[in-house]
Every structure is written in C-alpha cells, then in structure tokens.
Design a protein around this ligand. Structure first.
Ligand code: S3P
Length: 446
C-alpha cells in the first residue's frame, strides 16, 4: 500500500468507551515464550498489529506452530528451549525493533545462522546494543555499518552464560540477553541501573523458569537459571497503556469530554505518562483496580481538563518512553513550559522522535527547544494551538497518532503525510477514535 495522508479536524466533546487493543510488549513476548515452551500456549487478547504479526511469522519460520482460532485466541505449539530450527529465509521484522531484538536473543544460543531485515525505519536503527552482549555468549554477526540491518547472526551451539550490565535503559536489550540465557547452561545475569518494563521477568516466571530479581544500590539484578523446561501457559494480554494514551490525551484536550477506557495495564514500569498527566492537572480516575493475567489493570475515566506544564524527571523516562510524543501534544495545550529530561533514547526509536516532534509542533505554531537528551515544549495554554500544518511521520506510528490527536483540539485541522504506520500497533485507531467523536478525513495528496 502506498503512503496516504489523513486529516484530523477539530472535534466536539468526546464520549463513550474506548476498547484498547492488547499490549504490544506482552503480545511479542507471549508468542516468543510460547514458541519456546513444550506444548500448547493459548493467548487471548493478542494485539493483531503488524509488528506482532511479523513476530508470529518469525516463530513459524523457526519451527513453532502458530494459529489463530475462530474464537480469536492464538495457539502456539512450542518447540521447547533450544528447539528452534534454522529458518529457510530471511526474517523480516517489518517496523518492529522489539520483535527483531527479542528474536535475535532467542535464536542467539542456537547453532545456526539467521538473517534479519526490516522496513526503512528498522534498517536505520542501532543493533550493536544487542550484538555486544550476544557476542559474550559466543555469537557472531555480520551486518551493515553501525551494526544495522540487514544482518546475519551466527548463533552458538556452545554458549557460555553471561553477566551483563545494561549501558542504557532498554527492556529490549535486557530481554534479548535473558532470551539468549534461556538456552545457555548455568546462570545468566542482567544488571539494569534503571528499572525498565518487566514483562519478560513476569512472563518467564509464568512459564516456570527461575528468575530472581534483587533490588540493589547498583540497580536491579536479574538472574535466570538457564535451560529450564518452559511449561505452556494460558495468557490474557492486558490492554496497552501506550495505545490508551492517545484517546486519554484526546479526551483531556477536547473540552467537555468524558470517556471510559477499560482494563488498561497499570504495571508500574509502564505508568509514567499517567503519573505525569495527573501532576499536570488531568482529571483521570483509576477505577476497579484489579489483577488480570498477572498484570495490574484498572478502568480509566477521563474528563476534559485544563493542564499546566511540568518537569518530567529523568528517572521517570523509562516508564513512559513510548509516550513522550503524545505527552508533547498534551504539553502544547498546557499553561506554561514542560521540560522532559533524560530522553536521549527517543532519538533511536522508530524515528528520531525529538526531531520529528519538534518539526511537527513548530509547524503547528508551538515553540520548542531540545538538547541531545532533553525536550522542552512551550505550552500555549488559553491561547490554544493554531494547527493547520502537514506533519511528516517518518514511518513512526506514535508520531502519526500524536498529531492526529493534536488536530482534534487545535484551531485548524492537522494532516499527517502517511497514516500507514498506525497499523503497526493500533490497527483500529481511526475507527475507535471516530466512535468517540473524532472527525478524521482524507488529507490532501502528498
Ligand atoms: C519495548 C521496549 C522499549 C519500547 C518499545 C517496547 C519492549 O524499547 O520503546 O516500544 O517491549 O521491550 P527500548 O528497549 O529500546 O527502550
């Protein structure tokens, strides 16, 4: 499909219930761990976005059985730890850094070669951060300059266990090392100076692996005992707080809105945006707090609110790393300045998100400034956001959805140059937002 623009017009008060699709991080992991278990894992609520479907295809290419039943449940016939077989063709991870990096970890301690590629965005992203720790297991890799895709990873049949301290806050790197450690003898240890999303640790335990987490002065020390037999599981995927962020911020910004967003994950390693919005004055209540599928969840009630600018401290960045684009939109409408610190990782996401947000916000009449790892937005408060511009999305789903939300509350419509990337994480985004009252239409041709 070729690029197609989409325009968000100013919306009237939003109302109704937003049923958010399954969590992307949990969905990738459910497929990968299911493929490494012995027997049938059943997954309900799997995110059927392009990123996750690419991971499902990769698991099939590595020898696992993956099917979707008429009941909407996914069934994975795992091959057991160490049981993957050499894929016949290149593994194409599409737009997904998570899929690609986790699968690299999963195949690393198998004695065969796997070649990985992806779309233009993924081919530009750094893979050295995965290849460095995998080299310690005995893995070799040949790729393009800067460790970029396409690359071939030559796995090791004779791995040694590894102790690795993360040089950056990255759940993908942590997870790749733990996945490689699954098929290594002895103990694999990852030290993370800052806590990142912990779905891998939670799910590994659910599949029966021994994972010990120690909170120390130097950070979280995660130890995995290698070569466990993973038992198949029933997994209910919670709804994605990163996707929920878009209707939540839209409801905050469009005056008079009142929406409900049921069953959203409240995992503390993922809730930084929600803490920040509450500090900004957002009217969000967290109702029916409960546990579902091993994750804390709540129903969110969100009402239109006047927001004020805040400082987001660097230690909060990891718990909201995918939410800075939509926070920047919220900050544009807030009274006063919002400063986001410690956000350098945004430069190596699906796009350089600081650059992409600055360009889009400036074009729509919002002033910003940035350094290598900070981003400041000058809120327009009562003056409102002018809008009216065409924004480049750079194959980045979160940039695309953020600017559509901006258009819902700005004085003039906002157009994105390409709406295709939305399908990577939130395939029903436009229909769902339309059901709440959004007015999206064809953009001008680009
Ligand atoms: C993810 C980790 C984060 C996040 C990504 C999903 C995961 O990436 O941005 O969308 O599922 O482990 P980093 O590990 O690069 O921070």
């Amino acid at each position: 499909m070729s690029a197609y623009p989409l325009t968000a017009m100013r919306a009237r008060a939003l109302s109704g219930t937003a049923d958010i699709p399954g969590d992307k991080s949990v969905s990738h992991r459910a497929l990968i761990f299911g493929a490494m278990a012995v027997g049938e894992t059943v997954v309900s609520g799997l995110l059927e976005g392009e990123d996750v479907l690419d991971t499902a295809k990769a698991m099939q290419a590595l020898g696992a059985g993956v099917t979707r039943g008429e009941d909407g449940k996914w069934r994975i016939h795992g091959v057991g730890t160490g049981g993957f077989s050499e894929p016949e063709d290149v593994i194409d991870c599409g737009n997904s850094g998570t899929g690609c990096r986790l699968i690299m970890g999963a195949v690393a301690t198998h004695g065969f070669a796997t070649t990985f590629t992806g779309d233009a965005s993924l081919r530009s992203r750094p893979m050295g951060r995965i290849l460095d720790p995998l080299a310690q297991f005995g893995v070799r890799a040949e790729g393009r300059s800067g460790g970029r895709l396409p690359l071939t990873l030559i796995g090791t049949a004779d791995p040694v266990p590894v102790e690795y301290t993360l040089p950056m806050a990255s759940a993908q790197v942590k997870s790749a090392v733990l996945l490689a450690g699954l098929n290594a003898p002895g103990q694999t240890t990852v030290v993370e100076p800052e806590a990142t999303r912990d779905h891998t640790e939670r799910m590994l335990r659910g599949f029966g692996a021994t994972v010990v987490v120690d909170e120390t002065q130097g950070g979280r020390v995660i130890t995995l005992i290698g070569q466990p037999e993973l038992n198949p599981c029933e997994i209910a995927v919670p709804r994605d707080p990163s996707s929920a962020a878009f209707p939540v911020v839209a409801a905050l910004l469009v005056e008079g809105s009142d929406i409900t967003v049921p069953g959203v994950s409240r995992n503390p390693t993922r809730d930084g945006l929600y803490r920040t919005l509450v500090e900004m004055g957002a009217d969000i209540s967290f109702e029916n707090e409960r546990e579902e599928g091993g994750e804390p969840v709540a129903d969110l009630r969100v009402r239109g609110s006047a927001l004020k600018g805040v400082e987001v401290p660097p230690e909060r960045a990891a718990s909201m790393i995918d939410e800075f684009p939509i926070l920047s939109v919220a900050a544009s409408f807030a009274e006063g300045r919002t400063v986001m610190q410690g956000v350098g990782e945004l430069r190596v996401k699906e796009s350089d998100r600081i650059a992409a947000m600055e360009a889009g916000l400036n074009a729509n009449g919002v002033q910003t400034s940035s350094t290598e790892d900070s981003f400041t937005v000058e809120g327009r408060g009562g003056d409102g956001v002018e809008g009216g511009a065409m924004v480049q999305t750079h194959l980045d789903h979160r940039i695309a959805m953020s600017f559509l939300v901006m258009g819902m509350a700005a004085r003039n419509a906002v157009t994105i140059d390409d709406a295709r990337p939305v399908a990577t994480s939130f395939p029903n985004f436009t229909t769902l937002m339309g059901s709440l009252g959004a007015d999206f239409g064809d953009g001008e041709a680009v």
